[in-house]
Design a protein around this ligand. Structure first.
Ligand SMILES: Cc1cc2nc3c(=O)[nH]c(=O)nc-3n(C[C@H](O)[C@H](O)[C@H](O)COP(=O)(O)O)c2cc1C
Ligand code: SF4
Length: 591
């Protein structure tokens, strides 16, 4: 059995750095809503008694009801017997219809009783309005934002009547500063070409794509649906670190192969995983594989290897990852890569991946911890002359299938600071025109795409919004193999409920509509392409300071090209480049 050891090496920031940053954590007001503590019974959870209601239980109860009707006809009389028989027939009809329909996973998995969820859901707004919660409740995504995804996925109207329900004068309120001279931005013009000078096969990317989630964290039906959606909608689907499975390939969408420390699909070994050139080349050269993303870390568990709980390791997953079945324990990947151990070594490894892939774009994904360590990577780009084709920045607010709560809650930099620093350092090194920047971290609405581009991204990835489009009800059971919507489970009974063609259509609809709205905002800003969006286009209300645009809040994104290299950048920013750390609080106080 393959069982990787994880390192518990801590990356906790110094409190000096964390405290100003944590002030900014609430800045993504477009998404976060009220960050309430995790509660057991949150919005959208299925009650336990419905979850125990399997199709077998449904059938047994139905047989019992039929027998009781017959007994009642004999013992009580024909009228009672007939009435009970009619109710029993109705019970069977509803339940069998539920099992045979494709639109709802919950009804397929929990016939008859699953309808309770929808009945309760239909009266939920009233109950909530009079007794319980606001639209801003629900974490990590509030009801308002989830509803937008559900509506767009189902092609229902997402129009808001009567004006905004937000308090536009509250702290951290953000808005796009539109132009008096709006124009039209088209999807064609919004595509972003990824691939620097050393790349032979550049890739034309959408501005919104499916972020990495592995087969293992996700079910095969979920992977198939996402990949099929990517094909229909002409966007990419990142595989996540569990390897490029046959379900990714079967869907036919453009794939970004996320290569983590476990080297699944491109490595061998048990206790220590070793990268294998031939295995990598064979997979990377597949037509579907459009780009390769070397994963250093992700926001929900930075510098902590991937975690796949034993309960979720099915024979098919074991096969895809090269694990023994049945598993002896959880499949935990190491915290760090064995293929390189220095910034220069990493650049040479990137060059090797590009060559082995036949010249496809190769980049890396990270959640930023220490900015000076990223600066060291960029210096290695200059000293080796090897640049990645893209850098993906994940925020600490990012999602995961499973992670230690301390890592999710208290390690790593949120997207806003991580993204703006990566963008600024690449500009300061004079390399920004060679390296595209992709960002993820609660990107869900058209506006959240725009604000992410305004912070410096070229392209956005989204993981959990895509899961909502697949039918996720935010029940927080992704690590238990009991996901009621068949998305993050390997239980065939639950997975079967996820009808691939209809869910793929929904993901496609959601992505398409959200990009459409993002482009409408782009046009409202007066630009014909999102490429022209910059930090001055989005403003935030800051207590005692009025309104500030992103250029003022994150001044390092206005660094002149090459200024860090030439030692002419703003003092506090230059200190990062010079390896003196990012602890000069002046820098953060500007934010
Ligand atoms: C279920 C799940 C599994 C994930 N698995 C991976 C993974 O294998 N590799 C990776 O780089 N990121 C992984 N992520 C992180 C996402 O790719 C993304 O960076 C993060 O969730 C932020 O995006 P979001 O806020 O839109 O969810 C996973 C996220 C989720 C929700
Ligand atoms: S993916 Fe499944 S288990 Fe995870 S939050 Fe969504 S519905 Fe719940």
């Amino acid at each position: 059995m393959l069982k990787f050891k994880t390192s518990s090496s801590s990356l906790l920031r110094s409190s000096r750095l964390l405290s100003p940053l944590s002030r900014l954590h609430s800045s993504s007001s477009s998404q976060t809503g009220s960050a309430k503590a995790d509660t057991k019974h949150h919005v959208g959870e299925l009650t336990d008694f419905i979850e125990k209601w399997t199709p077998d239980v449904f059938r047994n109860v139905g047989v019992g009801l039929a027998a009781s009707s017959a007994a009642a006809a004999v013992v009580v009389g024909p009228v009672t017997g007939l009435s009970m028989a009619a109710l029993t027939a109705l019970y069977w009809k509803v339940g069998l219809d539920d099992m045979n329909q494709n639109a709802s996973t919950i009804r397929r998995n929990f016939p008859f009783l699953g309808n309770l969820r929808f009945i309760l859901e239909s009266i939920r707004p009233e109950i909530r309005q009079y007794f319980i919660e606001s639209d801003k409740d629900g974490a990590p995504f509030d009801r308002q934002h989830r509803t937008i995804v559900y509506q767009r996925a189902k092609e229902a109207s997402d129009l808001l009547p009567f004006g905004t329900r937000r308090d536009v004068y509250e702290e951290n309120y953000e808005f796009a500063a539109h132009s008096m001279w709006p124009t039209v931005a088209t999807v064609e013009k919004s595509r972003v070409m990824i691939g620097g000078p050393d790349c032979k096969k550049p890739y034309s990317s959408s501005i919104l794509n499916v972020s990495g989630m592995s087969y293992g964290a996700l079910s095969e039906n979920a992977v198939l649906a996402l990949s099929s959606a990517a094909k229909m909608g002409n966007f990419y689907h990142n595989t996540g670190e569990g390897g490029m499975s046959r379900f990714h390939l079967e869907g036919g969408g453009d794939l970004v192969w996320n290569v983590g420390t476990g080297y699944f699909g491109c490595g061998t070994g048990t206790l220590k995983r070793v990268f294998d050139d031939k295995m990598f080349a064979d997979n990377a050269q597949r037509d579907n594989c459009k780009m390769i993303e070397l994963k250093l870390s992700q926001g929900a568990k930075p510098s902590h290897g991937g975690m796949l709980p034993k309960a979720k390791i099915s024979p098919a997953i074991a096969e895809a990852r090269g694990l023994k079945y049945p598993p002896e324990g959880d499949c935990n990947s190491p915290a760090s890569h064995s293929a390189f151990d220095s910034p220069e070594g990493m650049m040479h490894f990137i060059a090797k991946l590009r060559e082995l892939s036949g010249g496809k774009p190769v980049g890396f994904k990270l959640c930023l911890g220490r900015p000076e360590e990223f600066a060291a990577l960029v210096k290695a780009m200059l000293s080796t002359g090897i640049t990645p084709d893209f850098v993906t920045v994940d925020g600490a607010e990012g999602g995961t299938g499973a992670a230690p709560p301390e890592f999710s809650n208290s390690v790593g930099m949120p997207m806003a600071e991580g993204l703006t620093l990566v963008h600024g350092i690449l500009i300061g090194a004079g390399l920004r025109d060679r390296v595209k920047v992709i960002a993820a971290g609660k990107v869900l609405t058209g506006f959240s795409v725009i604000r992410t581009l305004a912070m410096g991204a070229d392209v956005c990835n989204s993981a959990r919004a895509m899961l909502f489009a697949l039918g996720c009800i935010q029940s927080h059971k992704c690590n238990t193999n009991t996901c009621p919507t068949g998305i993050t489970t390997q239980d065939p009974r639950l997975m079967k409920g996820l009808h691939v063609p209809s869910k793929a259509e929904r993901v496609k609809n959601y992505q398409e509509k959200t990009v459409h709205v993002a482009l409408e905002i782009t046009g409202a800003l007066g630009y014909d392409t999102p490429e022209k969006i910059s930090g001055k286009d989005v403003l935030r209300r800051i207590r005692n300071h009025g309104l500030r645009d992103f250029n003022e809040i994150y001044p390092w994104i206005t660094t002149p090209s090459g200024a860090l290299k030439n030692n002419t950048a703003r003092k506090e920013f230059q200190a990062i480049w010079d390896g003196k750390g990012a602890h000069d609080h002046l820098m953060w106080e500007n934010a």
